[in-house]
Write a new protein. Structure first.
Length: 344
């Protein structure tokens, strides 16, 4: 394992997220210090820092996790303090008991860790009931401030990454169809066939990335005051991804069939030129469909506002050496046509 990869992210978090976390932490510290004087408001600051998440929905989940973890941890610490007094080893016992309680109730890792940390801090800093109650109240202050700050300071709407990833998927899908169309009539070397397969396999991770980005966008709208403006956009992107997903499968399948059944005479089949033309038309229609995603690059010259796939393709029967490949390509092409034409 490379150390830099373990401690560094592939990209920075938005600066706005850092500003929101800092603002929530400072506000929680000041307010909790004023409302609950006498101790440094560490619990409030930690709660606010953890609750500020990329979306309001995630903030509420983290707030619930943090609050329950603190309350259970404090209860465990107070109970052990009343039963056993305050020897130094009771801190270790509290950590073990807290972890076991979290395990018994199948708490999430975040909640389980919070239970143990809260129990440890309360016993280390003061296990009296009034101190414990003050820390619970302090945590609630931090949680509330974290949620409010996350909701008030420009709640993030993750629509742009969804547009980008869906656009990249559509562009690469169309390019894969074009590459297969270019390869079909021409003799291919083993290296060219391998390259064709390697490039088309990129479609699966790109499709997964687009699906993850759209899901993140949908989650960012939950409980978001700006959700009405963007809900329709994400619904259209989700519908488009649902149309493109089977085409990704068919395109990979067509390329795989060509790779597996290739021979140097396949380009001599009369049907091959017609299939290649239909693949280019399918690529055109994919580019046309992903215009909803605001693809950065302009459509190529072939692209017009009118879908290119029209009547189903009819061909002469292929030779006996190639009927499996031609039949496979025709069936996958039929399914692609259903997604692109019948959905219009």
């Amino acid at each position: 394992m490379r150390i830099p990869a373990a401690i560094r992210a592939s990209q920075r978090s938005p600066l706005l997220q850092v500003v929101k976390s800092a603002a929530a932490t400072i506000a929680a510290w000041l307010l909790a210090g004023w409302v609950v004087p006498g101790q440094l408001p560490v619990f409030a600051a930690i709660a606010a820092l953890l609750v500020v998440q990329p979306s309001i929905n995630q903030s509420l989940s983290k707030a619930l996790e943090r609050s329950i973890g603190v309350i259970v941890g404090v209860v465990i610490a107070v109970a052990l303090g009343l039963l056993l007094g305050s020897p130094s080893w009771i801190v270790l016992l509290a950590i073990v008991v807290a972890m076991l309680v979290a395990w018994v109730f199948r708490a999430t890792p975040g909640t389980g860790n919070q239970v143990a940390i809260s129990a440890m801090l309360v016993l280390a800093l003061g296990s009296k009931p009034d101190y414990a109650l003050a820390r619970i109240f302090e945590t609630i202050i931090g949680v509330v401030i974290g949620i409010v700050v996350n909701a008030v300071i420009v709640p993030p709407v993750l629509v742009a990454p969804a547009r980008r990833d869906l656009g990249l998927l559509g562009g690469e899908l169309a390019a894969s169809l074009d590459r297969l169309a270019d390869a079909l009539p021409e003799p291919q070397s083993p290296a060219q066939l391998q390259e064709l397969m390697l490039e088309v396999r990129l479609l699966r991770p790109m499709k997964d990335a687009a699906a993850a980005s759209i899901s993140a966008g949908e989650e960012s709208l939950t409980l978001n005051p700006r959700r009405s403006t963007h809900r329709q956009d994400l619904a259209e992107m989700r519908a488009l991804l649902d149309r493109l997903t089977p085409i990704v499968t068919q395109t990979i399948g067509m390329t795989r069939a060509y790779f597996d059944h290739y021979d140097d005479t396949i380009g001599q089949e009369p049907a091959v030129a017609a299939i290649a033309d239909q693949l280019r038309r399918a690529g055109h229609d994919v580019r046309l469909a992903v215009q909803i995603a605001d693809v950065a690059r302009e459509p190529e010259a072939l692209t017009s506002a009118i879908p290119a796939l029209t009547a189903p393709l009819v061909i002469r029967p292929p030779s006996s050496d190639h009927w499996i490949l031609i039949g496979s390509l025709m069936e996958d092409l039929r399914r692609i046509r259903e997604e692109l034409v019948d959905a219009e």
